[in-house]
Design a protein around this ligand. Sequence first.
Ligand code: FAD
Length: 462
Amino acid sequence: MDKNIRICIVGGGPAGLSAGMYLEQKGYENYTILERQDRVGGKCWSPYYNGRRYEMGAIMGVPSYYAVEDVEKFCGITHDGPKLNRNYKNAAGEVIEPFARTIGNIIRNPWMLKMKGQLKKFGELLETKYKGYDVNGHRGVAEGRYDGYAVTPGREKVEGFNPNLKDLALPFKEFCEKNGVPLIQKIWIGPFTSFGYGYFDEIPAGYVLKYLDFQTCMNFVKVNLWTWKDGTQYIWEQLNAHLKNPARLNSTIEKVERRDGKVYVTVNGQVEEYDKIIVTAPLYIPGTRMDGQKGMVDYFDAREDELALFSKIDYERYDVQAVLTKPEDHPEISYYVFDNMVPEKLGHLMVYYRRWKDQIDQVITTYALRKHKNSKEIPYEECRRMVQEDLKVMKNPAREVINEWSVYYFPHVFSEDYAAGWYDKVEAMQGKYDTYYAGEVMSFGDMDETAEYSRELVERFF
Ligand SMILES: Cc1cc2nc3c(=O)[nH]c(=O)nc-3n(C[C@H](O)[C@H](O)[C@H](O)COP(=O)(O)OP(=O)(O)OC[C@H]3O[C@@H](n4cnc5c(N)ncnc54)[C@H](O)[C@@H]3O)c2cc1C
């Protein structure tokens, strides 16, 4: 492709900014990043309180965040944040130890012994029966193929046939049951459901395992995690500051028309001409959200195939509140509440995060889901109230809510569409209307998968 082409990138979150970085590194310098908000980072949002930053969005990474590492190297920064630690409470607010301790070599809890056996089996199955399960993105999976880059420091290109991969379309619960390892869900659920990615009876195993591949999940278990002193937003602010063409903030895109091999973008009332467009913003949202976000199909001259495919996308309603407590009510550590990570407890507090070890007067962030495929959505205000009631039960009541948002989170498709080859159909459309689709739905809703997908997109098409 001609290195001088004019490329428009919609969205200044991890996917859009890293697309800019990888394009630049490949010699494409004529790119423009349009961001609708007055800041970059998207769901990496780290506001200040008393001079320190807390996290309203993304919090952590793992050592296999290779694309995030690319960004760190590009900017000369590193993961220098406070060490994460957590404990567990039940729904009654009592501190519990869900994973029994070992005494010498004798394991007290027979359930734990069984789970350890299943974990070992699961690790082996993923390596053998499901070879190729963990490459970035979902290309070929519905056809029993893998095609992408390995999750290794070298990120070698790997491809091959493996019909067993079709099982990844099954909801994760079914996938585990089919493979005789139902107990491992108890390990995967912490960094999945409480992090807002939905419930195992509704979300295809492909999403769960591409994010929480075996190694990544073990990093969560061992708390071998990365954080950033100035928050995850800092990573993307730094990247933006190092790009040749930093994102243009406060850009409201009114219209996008694609005709005669050109892309016409009306932004803040002016028409701009481009040759190609990369969309990292939401592709589909039914209606306009409270925060003004719309799906791409609503401001583009969307074609029938785009509409048909993108209208299958659903997303999670994930609510975050930033609260202050009285000093005597302050939690001493972050807590997971496993009892609340089931659809029956929709809208309840699943996890709360205490970021700094040394400070009592700091922001605590709370997390709840209020939608499940087969249940009625819980209204925002109700969920907000329930979480505050839960904080009282946890003996860490809030005295004030200083920030809150309901996030457009983890866009995905359900099993039927996943199995019917939704991803291959969208991949076949890449470039068709001088348009490329990137961002969360194309891979998974975390910083690294989205940035890695942008890397691959640039690698494949530019
Ligand atoms: C509460 C929470 C916790 C999380 N925890 C983690 C974590 O610990 N680790 C992790 O790796 N990830 C985590 N994530 C997920 C991670 O933040 C996202 O997956 C990642 O930010 C996705 O990047 P993206 O660029 O695809 O999308 P986004 O971050 O959503 O960025 C999209 C950008 O596009 C902009 N945009 C939207 N519409 C338009 C438009 N019409 N025109 C122009 N711009 C537009 C948006 O304003 C936004 O800046 C978390 C997210 C949340 C909300």
